[in-house]
Design a protein around this ligand. Structure first.
Ligand code: XMP
Length: 317
């Protein structure tokens, strides 16, 4: 790990020299990348870092609470903005995946801009952009070839005219995790699975509604709980649920049901660029499906995604 230790020291020094006593904004997602970034900036600049956590209403169960607690534990004060209602109203009736992504990206910028307009003396914006984000979002042929318009928290509002700090732009995820270890972050935190900026919106096929978010949150929490209990969590890249935009017939007691289906998606990967679905014990899968169908109202079917990337992608949208 000595080389990441060097990287850390060098980066802290460079940022300190560049920024001096100016202020740096940094959006937090709750993920490893932006969190490591804030901790690193905090080491370099102390209170001159302004971390902002925007709740877009598309987070997993209890995530907004968990993130705030994690930073409290680190002794770093964060600005929390609950913008869920704004995001959900903008997403009303929108079904197209790329439209959803664009709306979420733009709304994020609007909320961020609104927050920024109340500050003064901020010259820099720091982003936890990783190397794979850089190459997957930038196409050689033009914007029409972009695979998915990836949105990371901190997607820069172009007209805000900040100087940009992106210390991880040449790093892969496992290198950021090494940095996190150097910074003495909790293992449970370091090993958190990646979670996309557009959140549950790209795991709910079709229109995003409060009801669907509520269903997916419960199902996803069961998947995560079971995958952690089984020891698979640390062995896989991501494990999550997807809520399909269809209903199917089932039977509960002596009554016919017509309810939603949840997809279980578990993949292994090194960097998210390619991925394989993971072979899981049948008993384990049965536990997950039984629990979801018994515990989550309006779900009567659970299916398993057995597609690799490529040609599928990890997320469904
Ligand atoms: P896909 O679905 O493109 O996902 O195979 C590859 C990896 O990237 C994550 N992902 C995102 N991360 N903003 C992010 O920060 C995004 O817009 C986004 N879209 C996908 C995905 O979870 C997977 O790990």
């Amino acid at each position: 790990d000595w080389n990441m230790g060097d990287f850390l020291e060098k980066t802290i020094n460079e940022i300190g020299q560049e920024v001096r006593d100016k202020k740096v904004l940094c959006a937090i997602s709750g993920g490893v990348d932006s969190s490591v970034l804030v901790v690193l900036l905090n080491k370099a600049l102390g209170d001159n870092v302004i971390p902002v956590f925007i709740n877009n209403g598309l987070l997993r169960q209890n995530e907004e609470i968990n993130v705030q607690k994690a930073f409290e534990k680190l002794g770093i004060k964060i600005n929390y903005i609950d913008a869920s209602e704004i995001f959900l109203s903008k997403l009303k009736k929108v079904k197209d995946p790329e439209k959803k992504r664009k709306i979420i990206g733009h709304t994020f910028i609007d909320v961020f801009r609104d927050f920024v307009s109340k500050l003064s003396g901020v010259e820099y914006l720091a982003q936890g952009t990783l190397y794979p984000d850089v190459i997957e979002s930038v196409s050689v042929k033009g914007p029409s070839d972009v695979i998915k318009s990836h949105h990371n928290v901190g997607g820069l509002p172009k007209d805000l005219k900040f100087k940009l700090i992106e210390p991880f732009r040449f790093l892969f995820k496992d290198e950021v995790r090494q940095l996190a270890r150097q910074l003495n972050l909790d293992d449970a935190f370091i090993n958190r699975h990646p979670f996309p900026g557009p959140g549950l919106a790209i795991r709910i096929i079709g229109e995003v509604t409060k009801q669907k978010l509520n269903i997916l949150r419960q199902a996803d929490a069961i998947i995560l709980e079971e995958i952690k209990k089984s020891g698979f969590y640390d062995k896989v890249w991501q494990a999550f649920g997807v809520l399909l935009d269809l209903k199917s017939v089932g039977v509960m007691g002596d009554k016919r049901t017509y309810d939603y289906a949840i997809v279980v998606r578990v993949v292994e990967s090194l960097d998210g660029m390619t991925a394989n679905w993971v072979y899981l014990p049948q008993e384990f899968l049965n536990t997950i499906s039984t629990r979801i169908i018994n515990e989550v109202q309006r779900v009567n079917r659970v299916v398993l995604d057995i597609s690799n990337k490529p040609p599928a992608t990890i997320e469904w949208e």
